[in-house]
Ligand binder design. Structure first.
Ligand code: ADP
Length: 159
Protein backbone atom coordinates (compact mmCIF):
# COMPACT_ATOMS: atom_id res chain seq x y z
CA UNK A 1 0.00 0.00 0.00
CA UNK A 2 1.68 3.22 -1.18
CA UNK A 3 0.57 6.14 0.98
CA UNK A 4 1.53 9.81 0.74
CA UNK A 5 0.81 12.90 2.80
CA UNK A 6 -0.14 16.30 1.40
CA UNK A 7 0.68 18.82 4.14
CA UNK A 8 -0.23 22.50 4.19
CA UNK A 9 -2.11 25.27 5.92
CA UNK A 10 -5.20 24.95 3.67
CA UNK A 11 -6.63 28.21 5.02
CA UNK A 12 -8.92 27.56 3.17
CA UNK A 13 -8.66 24.73 0.63
CA UNK A 14 -9.13 25.91 -2.96
CA UNK A 15 -9.35 24.24 -6.38
CA UNK A 16 -5.56 24.37 -6.90
CA UNK A 17 -5.12 22.14 -3.84
CA UNK A 18 -7.87 19.85 -5.12
CA UNK A 19 -6.21 19.64 -8.56
CA UNK A 20 -3.00 18.40 -6.91
CA UNK A 21 -4.95 15.98 -4.68
CA UNK A 22 -6.76 14.50 -7.70
CA UNK A 23 -3.48 14.01 -9.55
CA UNK A 24 -1.69 12.47 -6.55
CA UNK A 25 -4.63 10.22 -5.67
CA UNK A 26 -4.34 8.59 -9.11
CA UNK A 27 -0.69 7.75 -8.47
CA UNK A 28 -0.91 6.38 -4.93
CA UNK A 29 -3.18 4.11 -2.89
CA UNK A 30 -3.93 6.68 -0.21
CA UNK A 31 -3.51 10.45 0.00
CA UNK A 32 -3.61 11.98 3.47
CA UNK A 33 -4.22 15.71 3.74
CA UNK A 34 -2.31 17.01 6.78
CA UNK A 35 -3.62 20.34 8.06
CA UNK A 36 -0.76 22.10 9.84
CA UNK A 37 -1.88 23.79 13.05
CA UNK A 38 1.02 26.18 12.84
CA UNK A 39 0.96 28.55 15.80
CA UNK A 40 3.43 30.90 14.06
CA UNK A 41 1.03 31.49 11.19
CA UNK A 42 -2.28 32.88 12.46
CA UNK A 43 -4.93 31.12 10.44
CA UNK A 44 -8.30 32.60 9.46
CA UNK A 45 -10.18 29.30 9.82
CA UNK A 46 -9.72 26.98 12.81
CA UNK A 47 -8.03 23.59 12.24
CA UNK A 48 -11.45 21.91 12.67
CA UNK A 49 -13.03 24.18 10.05
CA UNK A 50 -10.15 23.60 7.64
CA UNK A 51 -10.36 19.81 8.07
CA UNK A 52 -14.13 19.87 7.61
CA UNK A 53 -13.90 21.93 4.40
CA UNK A 54 -11.32 19.51 2.95
CA UNK A 55 -13.50 16.50 3.80
CA UNK A 56 -16.56 18.11 2.25
CA UNK A 57 -14.71 19.13 -0.93
CA UNK A 58 -12.99 15.82 -1.61
CA UNK A 59 -15.90 13.36 -1.46
CA UNK A 60 -15.28 12.60 -5.14
CA UNK A 61 -11.74 11.32 -4.42
CA UNK A 62 -12.18 7.82 -2.98
CA UNK A 63 -8.73 7.36 -1.42
CA UNK A 64 -8.41 10.56 0.63
CA UNK A 65 -8.13 10.94 4.39
CA UNK A 66 -7.76 14.18 6.37
CA UNK A 67 -5.88 14.75 9.63
CA UNK A 68 -4.52 17.80 11.45
CA UNK A 69 -1.32 18.14 13.42
CA UNK A 70 0.81 20.36 15.61
CA UNK A 71 3.72 17.98 15.03
CA UNK A 72 6.64 18.11 12.61
CA UNK A 73 5.59 16.94 9.13
CA UNK A 74 8.29 14.23 8.90
CA UNK A 75 7.06 12.84 12.22
CA UNK A 76 3.54 12.63 10.79
CA UNK A 77 4.96 10.99 7.66
CA UNK A 78 6.71 8.39 9.84
CA UNK A 79 3.71 7.66 12.06
CA UNK A 80 1.40 7.35 9.05
CA UNK A 81 3.92 5.07 7.31
CA UNK A 82 3.98 7.05 4.06
CA UNK A 83 6.60 6.88 1.31
CA UNK A 84 6.42 10.50 0.23
CA UNK A 85 5.39 14.07 0.95
CA UNK A 86 3.46 15.79 -1.84
CA UNK A 87 3.83 19.55 -2.29
CA UNK A 88 2.48 21.82 -4.99
CA UNK A 89 4.76 23.94 -7.16
CA UNK A 90 3.32 26.96 -8.91
CA UNK A 91 6.08 29.34 -9.89
CA UNK A 92 9.86 29.38 -9.81
CA UNK A 93 9.42 31.55 -6.71
CA UNK A 94 7.91 28.56 -4.85
CA UNK A 95 10.92 26.46 -5.73
CA UNK A 96 13.48 27.93 -3.35
CA UNK A 97 11.33 27.42 -0.25
CA UNK A 98 10.17 23.95 -1.30
CA UNK A 99 13.74 22.90 -2.12
CA UNK A 100 14.96 24.07 1.30
CA UNK A 101 12.10 22.22 3.05
CA UNK A 102 12.75 19.05 1.04
CA UNK A 103 16.46 19.11 1.90
CA UNK A 104 15.75 19.62 5.60
CA UNK A 105 13.19 16.82 5.54
CA UNK A 106 15.78 14.51 3.90
CA UNK A 107 18.11 15.39 6.74
CA UNK A 108 15.41 14.48 9.26
CA UNK A 109 14.37 11.30 7.45
CA UNK A 110 16.22 10.35 4.23
CA UNK A 111 13.69 7.60 3.46
CA UNK A 112 10.77 9.96 2.90
CA UNK A 113 10.82 11.45 -0.60
CA UNK A 114 9.42 14.89 -1.40
CA UNK A 115 7.45 15.06 -4.65
CA UNK A 116 6.67 18.47 -6.17
CA UNK A 117 3.66 18.54 -8.47
CA UNK A 118 2.45 21.27 -10.82
CA UNK A 119 -1.28 22.06 -10.95
CA UNK A 120 -3.25 22.72 -14.12
CA UNK A 121 -2.56 26.10 -15.73
CA UNK A 122 -5.80 27.60 -14.41
CA UNK A 123 -4.57 27.33 -10.82
CA UNK A 124 -0.99 28.56 -11.20
CA UNK A 125 -1.78 32.03 -9.86
CA UNK A 126 -4.12 30.87 -7.09
CA UNK A 127 -3.43 30.92 -3.36
CA UNK A 128 -5.51 31.00 -0.16
CA UNK A 129 -4.66 34.63 0.65
CA UNK A 130 -5.96 35.77 -2.74
CA UNK A 131 -9.14 33.75 -2.20
CA UNK A 132 -9.78 35.43 1.19
CA UNK A 133 -9.02 38.93 -0.08
CA UNK A 134 -11.30 38.62 -3.11
CA UNK A 135 -14.11 37.12 -1.02
CA UNK A 136 -13.78 39.86 1.61
CA UNK A 137 -14.07 42.53 -1.07
CA UNK A 138 -17.09 40.73 -2.57
CA UNK A 139 -15.33 39.71 -5.80
CA UNK A 140 -16.36 36.64 -7.75
CA UNK A 141 -14.12 33.70 -6.82
CA UNK A 142 -16.67 30.93 -7.44
CA UNK A 143 -14.60 29.22 -10.16
CA UNK A 144 -11.69 28.71 -7.81
CA UNK A 145 -13.19 27.38 -4.59
CA UNK A 146 -15.46 24.51 -3.53
CA UNK A 147 -19.07 25.42 -2.62
CA UNK A 148 -18.54 24.79 1.10
CA UNK A 149 -15.59 27.21 1.17
CA UNK A 150 -17.62 29.90 -0.56
CA UNK A 151 -20.42 29.38 1.98
CA UNK A 152 -18.05 29.61 4.94
CA UNK A 153 -16.29 32.70 3.58
CA UNK A 154 -19.66 34.42 3.19
CA UNK A 155 -20.53 33.54 6.79
CA UNK A 156 -17.20 34.78 8.15
CA UNK A 157 -17.25 38.02 6.19
CA UNK A 158 -21.02 38.56 6.71
CA UNK A 159 -21.66 38.88 2.95
P1 ADP B 1 1.69 26.14 3.11
O1 ADP B 1 1.52 27.24 4.14
O2 ADP B 1 2.27 24.89 3.66
O3 ADP B 1 2.35 26.58 1.83
P2 ADP B 1 -0.77 26.09 1.62
O4 ADP B 1 -2.11 25.74 2.12
O5 ADP B 1 -0.57 27.46 1.11
O6 ADP B 1 0.21 25.72 2.80
O7 ADP B 1 -0.36 25.08 0.50
C1 ADP B 1 -0.33 23.70 0.71
C2 ADP B 1 0.34 23.05 -0.47
O8 ADP B 1 -0.44 23.27 -1.63
C3 ADP B 1 1.72 23.62 -0.78
O9 ADP B 1 2.54 22.57 -1.26
C4 ADP B 1 1.46 24.61 -1.86
O10 ADP B 1 2.59 24.79 -2.70
C5 ADP B 1 0.35 23.92 -2.61
N1 ADP B 1 -0.47 24.89 -3.32
C6 ADP B 1 -0.96 26.06 -2.88
N2 ADP B 1 -1.65 26.70 -3.84
C7 ADP B 1 -1.59 25.90 -4.93
C8 ADP B 1 -2.09 26.00 -6.26
N3 ADP B 1 -2.76 27.07 -6.69
N4 ADP B 1 -1.86 25.00 -7.09
C9 ADP B 1 -1.14 23.92 -6.67
N5 ADP B 1 -0.62 23.77 -5.47
C10 ADP B 1 -0.84 24.74 -4.59
Amino acid sequence: MKKVIYPGTFDPIHNGHIDIAERASRLFDELIFVVAENAQKKAFFSPEERVDMIIQSTHHIHNVRVVSTKDLIVNVAESEGVIAIIRGLRHVSDFEFEFQMAMMNYHLNPAITTILMMPGEKYIHLNSTLVKNIARLKGNITDYIPTIVEKNLRLKYHI
